[in-house]
Write a protein that binds this ligand. Structure first.
Ligand SMILES: [Fe+2]
Length: 438
């Protein structure tokens, strides 16, 4: 279904107020996913360039499978999938939902075709909109919460779609441009780093009240923090370049042992997408190659692993914030992206801002907190309980949101998480430090 057809469909499904609200939100999220595909050619949809990268076509289908499996199968007795084999192809990791295709071979699946996957999306959309019409008068209907979860899930995959296609294009020697409008907003940065200092005390963290949150953001609880300080802006490319030029990647004393081994084995000498030539450093962006010079040096450094973020912080005489320190400073900062444009897919320098800035909409920020359950955490029963809970091992929490995150998907309590060595996400660095305890 094209974007224009989705808008037409919206007209047809304007029913009761609740129905209209939920149906519009459903259509908006589904349309944004497809809008992100507009710059792509058909061949681009099929490729997986490494194990972490899923083909665009897979993202389009998997998000539809999610609605089919967790909403329609339970709440629409008449629903039938257009092809029973899709459940095997497009289940990601839900063991309780049945057998699934090998992740490493997603890029080998040429059928269904891209057109058939778009038809699959339209099929699911029609069934979902009929269901929404039917249940809209009952806000407490159990399907409503699952539909919202499906929309939040699709927004997560919108970001993955972008990060994955960036890696696919970087892997291609032709270095395709996704969208020339994805260029950064240039802004002069004030020299030096300002800090926000926080007192020791008990802080409340985690989600409560109205509004969506994933189960891993609950339960809201108290934590005690010693006095600390958090950098008011993100670490820049220029600052990270100093670390690179200071032999940062070759000095074992700056690194965790596993991090140094990883960097040596993979021959890291700079962030992912940085490349050195006779003319100096450049980096690959979704708008093409950019020289690491001028205003680009003021942009936030991006595509670094936890290991690199940790080593840089040690080199700078600082550390990473814990996830609770990050959340403790967040409440008075508006949750907003720098541009709100779905096509602005590159982190930008702050625009003359003073005070705490760049929390949302530039890069996810690595924290020094392991991804573990909060007190009182309880995953949902059944396959849907596999969404977050079973990943609470060997991963680190990232806070904030990136330039590829949908604006309506950002919130202060959000807990993103990835293993220590991944670099293909829009992840960067905010520094923190302890202050003397009186
Ligand atoms: Fe998923």
């Amino acid at each position: 279904m094209s974007t224009s057809e989705l808008h037409l469909s919206r007209e047809l499904h304007a029913g009761a107020p609740n129905a209209r609200t939920l149906a519009e939100r459903y259509l908006d999220v589904r349309a944004r996913t497809e809008a992100l595909c507009e710059p792509l050619e058909r061949e681009d949809f099929v490729v997986s360039s490494m194990l972490d990268v899923s083909p665009t076509k897979w993202h389009l289908a998997h998000t539809s499978w999610f609605f089919e499996t967790f909403v329609l199968s339970s709440h629409d007795s008449g629903y039938q999938s257009p092809d029973q084999r899709y459940a095997f192809l497009f289940n990601s990791y839900y063991v309780q939902a049945g057998e699934r295709h090998c992740r490493a071979q997603r890029g080998l699946v040429t059928r269904p075709t891209v057109e058939q996957v778009f038809e699959y999306r339209a099929w699911v959309d029609d069934a979902m909109l009929r269901l929404i019409d039917r249940i809209a008068e009952d806000a407490a209907h159990p399907a409503v919460a699952l539909i919202e979860l499906g929309l939040q899930h699709e927004q997560q995959h919108q970001e993955l779609l972008v990060t994955d296609i960036k890696h696919v294009f970087w892997t291609n020697p032709m270095r395709p441009v996704y969208d020339a409008r994805a260029t950064p907003i240039r802004a002069a940065l004030e020299a030096g780093m300002r800090w926000k200092t926080m007192d020791a005390g008990i802080y409340h963290v985690g989600h409560e009240g109205a509004g969506f949150a994933f189960d891993n953001e609950r339960a809201r609880h108290r934590v005690f923090l010693e006095p600390f300080r958090v950098a008011e802006r993100l670490v820049t490319n220029g600052e990270y370049l100093q670390f690179v030029n200071d032999a940062g990647y070759r000095r074992a004393e700056l690194w965790l042992a596993a991090g140094f081994s990883c960097a040596q084995e993979r021959r890291w000498e700079a962030p992912l997408y940085w490349e050195r030539s006779r003319d100096g450093w450049s980096m690959f962006t979704l708008a093409g190659e950019e020289a690491l010079a001028g205003g680009v040096l003021d942009e936030p450094v991006c595509h670094v692993s936890y290991y690199e973020a940790d080593a840089f912080a040690r080199w700078a005489g600082c550390r990473l914030p814990t996830e609770f320190e990050w959340e403790a400073v967040a409440p008075n900062v508006p949750v907003a992206s720098h541009s709100g444009s779905a096509r602005h897919l590159h982190p930008a320098a702050p625009k003359g801002a003073r005070g705490l800035t760049q929390l949302y909409g530039e890069v996810w920020q690595w924290t020094g907190s392991a991804y573990v359950a909060y007190p009182g955490y309880a995953p949902a029963p059944g396959a849907i309980g596999e969404y977050n809970g079973k990943w609470m091992t060997d991963q680190w929490v990232l806070r904030g949101a990136s330039c590829a995150t949908a604006p309506s998907h950002m919130r202060p309590t959000y807990r993103n998480f990835f293993p220590s060595d991944v670099r293909w996400q829009f992840a960067g660095i905010r520094l923190a430090g302890s202050v003397s305890i009186a």
